[in-house]
Design a protein around this ligand. Structure first.
Ligand code: PMP
Ligand code: GLU
Length: 397
């Protein structure tokens, strides 16, 4: 069968792939600890579920406006104003089927043949593929662990060419957990404004942030950078609503209007019922987030402490998100049953086979010296999984 060329350049999402593999093993009765996919393990709050049930009972089950209901866009505008000090009108906001879909729509309307898009690595798995899918070129900027995986103005300048169309920023970051402070954002913004480069600012982990760190949206720094930025956010992480598929983007009218056009010819509106639930998530009580964060914080400290006690493993404490991203490169070159472990994929496979623990190889994030643990799983599971991984590492030759 001859498929379109673009498909051959794509790989399936590695994070979703490991989740599927772990779940298939669990279904076979294997006791796998799943550190794979990044998805809060908390139930969606009751008030949100009830809003969805009300929507169904009231017959709110039909098409809505393509880019989301006015009610939801108003709730999003209010959230952006109060949390991020950003003023957007309704025609500058689009609701999509998840933040991933918003990012995809942005890639469709901004990127094309001949464009270069700068992606700091370690990156979230879908950024390069979405760029490739739109015939543009991902330009990977490797950040350093000693700089907390944040890019510097100097490094950024080196990657900019006449073809640079955009930079994709993700703060707090999946997978590293690093979070950009105001100084660095100002430096990036200055360069972007000078060179007229768009910023795609993925802020989906905004609420998952520790030690009192204050999330700042780059768009809020000044009007010039706001006019070049598309802010992406959603409800998946903040309100444990991954399955509801609600994400959104806010930015210049022209870009949002083009995204609406693409969405009108592809998915139409996100589910009407999920939109009602999202209104409640944004406008209802927010105490759920603090409780979730408190639990994540305990796990974060525990897993990082345990990982650092394992010989050959070092792990920095993440500032945000719910991932630990240890450096495991000292384990490369060791072997098990005569089989050499040469990279992050070999190690992740070894952990799955030997320790029944699913992790994502750093290679998927453009950082082969690392592996990613999602600690969005119970403390009991974390303890069990790390015990097993520790044993597996100690039995390497
Ligand atoms: N951006 C990042 C950095 C993510 O980790 C995720 C989680 N899958 C997304 C975007 C997409 O989230 P969703 O589509 O579930 O809203
Ligand atoms: N953000 C999650 C992760 O990185 C979800 C998986 C995905 O959408 O790829 O694991």
């Amino acid at each position: 069968m001859v498929l379109a060329k673009r498909v051959s350049k794509l790989k399936p999402s590695p994070t979703l792939a490991i989740d599927a593999k772990a779940k298939a093993m669990i279904a076979q009765g294997i006791d796998v600890v799943n550190f794979g996919v990044g998805e809060p393990d908390f139930d969606t709050p009751d008030n949100v579920k009830e809003a969805a049930i009300r929507a169904i009972n009231n017959g709110f089950t039909k098409y809505t406006a393509v880019g989301g209901t006015d009610e939801l866009k108003e709730a999003i505008a209010k959230k952006l104003q109060s949390d991020n000090n950003l003023t957007y009108s309704k025609n500058q906001i689009i609701v999509s089927c998840g933040a991933k879909h918003s990012l995809y729509n942005i890639a469709q309307v901004l990127f094309g043949k001949g464009d270069e898009v700068i992606i700091p690595a370690p990156y979230w798995v879908s950024y390069p593929d979405q760029v490739i899918l739109n015939d543009a070129k991902p330009v990977i900027l490797n950040t350093k662990e000693e700089n907390n995986f944040m890019l510097s103005a100097k490094e950024l300048k080196k990657k900019i060419t006449k073809k640079t169309k955009a930079i994709i920023l993700n703060s707090p970051s999946n997978p590293t957990g690093s979070a950009y402070d105001k100084n660095i954002l100002e430096e990036i913004a200055e360069i972007a404004v000078k060179k007229k480069i768009f910023i795609v600012s993925d802020e989906i982990y905004e609420k998952i942030i520790y030690d009192g760190f204050k999330h700042i949206s780059i768009a809020s720094l000044n009007e010039k950078i706001k006019n070049l930025t598309i802010v992406v956010n959603g409800l998946s992480k903040s309100h444990s609503m991954t399955g509801w598929r609600i994400g959104y983007a806010a930015g210049p009218d022209e870009i949002i209007s083009a995204m609406n056009k693409v969405q009108s010819q592809s998915t139409s509106n996100p589910a009407s019922i999920s939109q009602k639930a999202a209104v409640e998530a944004l406008k209802g009580p927010q105490d759920f987030i603090a409780k979730m964060l408190n639990e994540f914080d305990k796990r974060r400290r525990y897993i990082v402490e345990r990982l650092n006690k394992i010989k050959g493993v070092t792990c920095a404490i993440p500032k945000g998100a719910f991932y630990a991203f240890p450096n495991v490169s000292k384990l490369y070159g060791k072997s098990y049953n005569g089989k050499n472990i040469k990279d992050s994929s070999d190690l992740a496979n070894y952990f799955l086979d030997k320790a029944q623990a699913a992790v994502v190889a750093g290679d998927a994030f453009g950082a082969d010296d690392y592996i990613r643990f999602s600690y969005a799983t119970s403390m009991g599971n974390i303890k069990k999984g790390i015990d097993r991984i520790e044993d597996a590492i100690n039995s390497l030759d």
